[in-house]
Design a protein around this ligand. Structure first.
Ligand SMILES: [Zn+2]
Ligand SMILES: [Zn+2]
Length: 511
């Protein structure tokens, strides 16, 4: 018998090593997920055949394959058998092995150096925003981001269609040239989801103001009858004449004519059909001047994404350098006699209630519309996309025993239109994914999982409805049950759009 000799030989070590590697490769960590930050596609390794990713594994495989060729035949046979056994074991353990849900949980972790850099960048950005508001009192970061989001959405869903003319006055000649290039000549994108967006810089020049906005997004395209999901990081440069002032909030959001306010009625030359005025890009409103593609991957749309473990749970909270100053302004503006009591009520009535209500709706999956009025359009739609995918797959992402352990204020902003409060929440929940038959797909039904997220609530300046009256089950305007909200969050009882922060706090972003 040669076997005992084999066991004592160096081949055995190699065999064990190879088995470990092959088992590890066949056991991707199965994931759990959450609304908001928990649902962007990973930019890292992918299971769906994207550009980047599995290079390390490929090199390992090649190395093993080369060594394999030099081995005695009986060792080769044993190695092959061990791989087969590993695969069978894997499939048995996964009861036939449906493809697991892989989700990427966004990281909020960073080291001390990047933390400090981030603080400095935030400080500089806030100073520039405040300087811009001094120049243009109607400018609002929240409104500008709404405008950028509308433009992003319209741009990609109408590219290479006649409908793109409705946003022509918001596109520079650079962009119009780009649209005629081969790079842009694909079908319009569908299911455009902006996972995250923020102003990264403001540049004030002699004649122009530039605002740089960073997007993390994904969208679908149809190529050769196959559906692809694209994951992107883009930097958009938006430009406006320095003398121009911000238009009305509604006009900005709806990409309306900056001259007369009529919605989306421009001809191919950019003349408004309502006031007959040629709207020159960048003169009366912001225009998109440049798109810098920073990352791009694509997957066949039948994969749900990839998973990376949660990191950064213990990273220090990114506190805005102006938190104290802005907090004092907030207290003065609202004439808060007992600030501590106010924050207590805000955390309990607004943050915690929204948190519990939203996670319950997410977990129940098919009643996502019940939180329509509590979330901004972007946040609602981004998560609706994921819910739709789960419905298609027949999966539920269950969140149970959600415990909000701790809430820390992180940023407060105020301009002449809106105020916002960003808090960092530290929470834990039992988080697992199962299919319609209750079969476990990923996660853990017993062990709670800790996570942390930054939540930003917005509200219109001058809305003084007390936080103690915040009620997630009611229309914030008319007080009727919030069971008749339309797809765009218009209340079926009072006919008002309810999720712009016009009546009460609305959750605008999760990062
Ligand atoms: Zn007009
Ligand atoms: Zn209502």
């Amino acid at each position: 018998m040669r076997l005992p000799k084999l066991v004592s030989s160096k081949y055995f070590i190699f065999l064990v090593l190879l088995t470990v590697v092959s088992v590890a490769l066949f056991f991707p960590e199965v994931a759990n997920a959450r609304p908001g930050g928990g649902h962007s596609y990973s930019g890292g390794s992918s299971s769906g055949g994207s550009g980047g990713g599995n290079g390390g594994a490929a090199v390992l495989f090649e190395l093993f394959f080369r060594i394999f060729l030099f081995l005695p035949p009986f060792v080769q046979i044993i190695l092959i058998l061990s791989i087969i056994v590993s695969v069978i074991w894997y499939h048995l353990r996964h009861q036939g092995g449906d493809d697991p849900v892989h989700n990427h949980v966004q990281s909020s972790g960073m080291d001390a150096y990047h933390f400090q850099q981030n603080q400095l960048a935030n400080q500089a950005k806030q100073q520039k925003i405040d300087a811009l508001i001094l120049r243009d009192p109607a400018f609002s970061e929240i409104l500008f981001l709404d405008f950028s989001h509308s433009l992003y959405h319209k741009f990609y869903t109408t590219i290479n269609t006649p409908t793109i003319r409705s946003i022509l006055p918001f596109l520079s000649d650079n962009i119009k040239l780009f649209m005629r290039s081969d790079m842009a000549k694909t079908s319009p994108r569908t299911e455009v989801v902006v996972a995250n967006m923020q102003i990264s810089d403001i540049v004030i020049m002699d004649e122009q103001i530039k605002i740089i906005v960073d997007f993390q997004s994904n969208y679908s395209t149809l190529q050769n009858d196959k559906n692809y999901r694209h994951i992107l990081k883009e930097r958009w440069v938006l430009v406006r004449n320095i003398k121009t002032m911000s238009t009305s909030p509604e006009g900005l959001r709806d990409l309306a004519c900056p001259n007369c306010g009529a919605p989306n009625d421009f001809n191919d030359a950019g003349v408004c059909g309502s006031c007959n005025t040629l709207i020159e890009a960048g003169e009366m409103n912001w225009m998109l001047d440049k798109i810098i593609l920073q990352e791009h991957q694509h997957y066949r749309a039948d994969t749900l994404g990839t998973y990376a473990p949660e990191v950064g749970t213990n990273a220090p909270t990114i506190i805005d350098p102006y938190l104290k100053e802005k907090g004092a302004q907030f207290i003065a503006l609202h004439q808060l006699e007992d600030p501590a009591a106010y924050w207590g009520t805000f955390m309990e009535k607004v943050v915690e209630t929204t948190y519990q209500t939203m996670y319950k709706a997410w977990s129940d999956r098919d009643d996502w519309k019940s939180v329509r009025h509590l979330l901004s359009d972007r946040l609602y739609e981004a998560n609706a996309f994921w819910i739709h995918l789960y419905q298609e797959k027949g999966y539920f992402n269950r969140l149970e025993n959600i415990t909000l352990e701790h809430i820390e204020p992180a940023r407060i902003t105020m301009d002449n239109n809106y105020e916002s409060i960003t808090v960092r929440v530290f929470a834990s929940a039992i988080d697992y994914t199962e299919d319609n038959n209750g079969r476990l797909i990923g996660g853990n039904k017993q062990k709670p999982r800790s996570f942390t997220e930054y939540w930003t609530f917005i509200r219109k300046i001058g809305v003084e409805k007390p936080e103690s009256a915040f009620d997630t089950t009611q229309c914030p305007n008319c007080g009727a049950p919030a069971d008749q909200m339309s797809d765009t969050s218009v209340c079926g009882y009072c006919g008002t759009k309810t999720n712009l922060g016009d009546f009460s706090w609305v959750l605008s972003n999760i990062a």
